[in-house]
Ligand binder design. Structure first.
Ligand SMILES: *[C@@H]1O[C@H](CO)[C@@H](O)[C@H](O)[C@H]1NC(C)=O
Ligand SMILES: *[C@@H]1O[C@H](CO)[C@@H](O)[C@H](O)[C@H]1NC(C)=O
Length: 183
């Protein structure tokens, strides 16, 4: 009787190249990077970094803010809380007053963080988040990145360092944690 080829062995051999490719991908190192900075969001004075571009029709309580308002910002990011401390990058984005609640305003925040310092110069990451101004620490998902942060995912925590309830000017302390491939 002729020996029958062992089909399961052939099948395994056929799979080998695929297994090797997968193992190589798994070996690719991922790093968790922590980035800390302060955001300076200025609406008042002669040089605002945030401007309202759309005024919504529905007033929110006794404020001059409305459901549907859209603000666009180009905010500096610094190493320390002082606006004159070392510039690390800029935050470009917009926020929309997206909830009708008068007690719990909820913003839709879309922002690209562009870093301009040291080893991260030119690298970016992007945030799409619900920003609730009434919570102590806002958690925001990081949905992608470029350069050092290619394929990044992660989260950022934002805390109010200083806020003026009249002008809405604010300084926010941000801790971002990014999981990304080592490039
Ligand atoms: C990756 O993270 C490890 C541990 O924090 C660190 O030693 C290493 O320098 C990092 N590699 C790169 C390329 O950032
Ligand atoms: C907030 O801004 C107003 C208007 O510029 C100013 O009069 C007030 O002193 C500021 N408050 C704080 C806490 O900085």
């Amino acid at each position: 009787m002729a020996a029958k080829p062992n089909l399961s062995l052939l099948f395994l051999l056929a799979l080998m190249p695929m297994v090797v490719v997968m193992a190589q991908q798994n070996r690719r190192q991922q790093n968790l990077t922590h980035i800390h900075f302060y955001v300076h969001d200025t609406l008042s004075g002669p040089n605002p970094t945030t401007v309202r571009v759309v005024e919504g029709p529905m007033k929110l309580l006794e404020t001059n803010l409305n459901f549907g308002d859209i603000f666009v910002f180009d905010d500096p990011l610094t190493e320390g809380p002082n606006p004159t401390s070392k510039l690390l990058g800029r935050a470009y984005g917009s926020y929309i007053f997206a909830s009708q609640s008068t007690t719990k305003p909820m913003l839709l925040l879309t922002v690209n963080i562009v870093l301009m310092d040291g080893q991260y110069d030119g690298s970016t990451f992007s945030i799409v988040a619900s920003d609730a101004s009434f919570v102590q620490v806002v958690e925001m998902p990081i949905v992608g990145g470029t350069g050092r942060f290619r394929m990044a995912r992660g989260y950022a925590h934002s805390k109010t360092y200083w806020y003026n309830t009249t002008t809405y000017d604010g300084i926010y302390e941000v801790d971002a944690y990014l999981l990304h491939f080592v490039i």
